[in-house]
Design a protein around this ligand. Structure first.
Ligand code: NDP
Length: 314
């Protein structure tokens, strides 16, 4: 291994050790704004990173609602979590199915009155290793971007007013960075429009993903200047990141007591079904930043992108 690679590896291992340590430090009483009455919803929580986020949030004493598109699988996952001694609730939720979302919202209203935290974790990716097929591009964009957006729109009206503010955390990916050194959209004007909050709009994000999907259909996407790695997935997460900033801007005028903070994060490359268990970190470590963002006591943080508890550029 070259000197540079070795130094990078050492730095990464040190950082992972720091995060493991941070995870074990209990929050002090003055930081703890939540209680068992605080309700957190996690999408796609039947396995992988979502399952871990649910487990860790319950470990901090919140009421966690694990959601799963297949209810039997969700119930099994909940049973496994209950063995840890914490209490969970479970409900069916397919983020692509309007009726499933409506039924979930009604159930939340009746049983809990509202929620405090929404973790949009559910997602799909159909490529592994060096593959870059766009066979399932529509499914990827629909689930990762439109599914996340569906949930944000449906849940904002049931987010409870509180002094600490409600929170939305979107599990995203560095692959969707607009201005990263690699894997970015080639069109500098489009990048600028998506970066600038004055020009960023839901319509622009929608137009961008639709153009990509149209090019997939026309088989011209390869010369379209899109990110080169896991193209469909990167486009979908780029849209999630842009939408996070947009919603943060729209929500920032809410009065004190009705604040909602929204951020996104990249969990790293994680040993889950999504990577064929080829990642380099465990779901437990990957969940950490999502849990931390859900529980932040610094209320001013919104519209940001994080990795390993550190802010990174979009
Ligand atoms: P998994 O494949 O293990 O889990 C994905 C979860 O999303 C499953 O519970 C799955 O349900 C659920 N899901 C998919 N589609 C829907 C839907 N329409 N409605 C409801 N739930 C759905 O993946 P990970 O745990 O690795 O991924 C979790 C998140 O982390 C995703 O958003 C992913 O993009 C992101 N991420 C993951 C990385 C990694 O290295 N693993 C890297 C960067 C980001 P079901 O079991 O029914 O399929």
């Amino acid at each position: 291994m070259s000197g540079k690679k070795e130094r990078n590896k050492e730095r990464r291992e040190k950082r992972l050790q720091e995060i493991s340590l941070l995870r074990t430090i209990p929050y002090s009483d003055h930081q703890r704004w939540w209680s068992q009455e605080t309700v957190a919803v996690v999408t796609g929580a039947n396995r992988g990173i979502g399952f871990e986020i649910a487990r860790q949030l319950a470990g901090h004493g919140l009421t966690v609602i694990l959601t799963s598109r297949n209810i039997s699988v969700g119930i099994e996952a909940t049973k496994a979590l209950q063995e840890g001694g914490f209490s969970y609730d479970v409900h069916q939720l397919d983020i692509l199915d309007g009726e499933s979302i409506s039924a979930f919202v009604e159930w939340i209203k009746q049983k809990y009155g509202g929620i405090d935290i929404l973790v949009n974790n559910a997602g799909v990716n159909y490529n592994l290793g060096f593959d870059n097929s766009v066979e399932f591009a529509r499914q990827v964009v629909d689930t990762n971007y439109y599914g996340t957006k569906n949930m944000i729109k449906a849940m904002i009206p049931v987010m409870k007013p509180s002094a600490a503010g409600a929170r939305i955390v979107n599990v995203s990916s560095r692959l969707g960075r607009l201005n990263g050194r690699r894997n970015r959209i080639q069109d500098a004007t489009l990048r600028e429009k998506l970066t600038n909050l004055e020009t960023l709009s839901e319509e622009l994000i929608g137009r961008t993903v639709s153009r990509f999907l149209q090019q997939v259909e026309d088989e011209t996407w390869q010369s379209g200047g899109w990110p080169q790695t896991f193209t469909d997935y990167s486009v979908s997460k780029l849209a999630v990141n842009a939408y996070t900033r947009l919603v943060a801007k729209e929500l920032c005028d809410r009065p004190q007591g009705e604040k909602i903070y929204i951020n996104c994060y990249c969990p790293g490359w994680v040993k889950t079904a999504m990577t064929g268990w080829a990642g380099n970190i465990s779901p437990e470590v990957a969940a950490d930043t999502g849990v931390w963002l859900s529980l932040l006591s610094d209320q001013a943080i919104t519209g940001k992108f994080f990795a390993e508890r550190r802010e990174i550029n979009f």
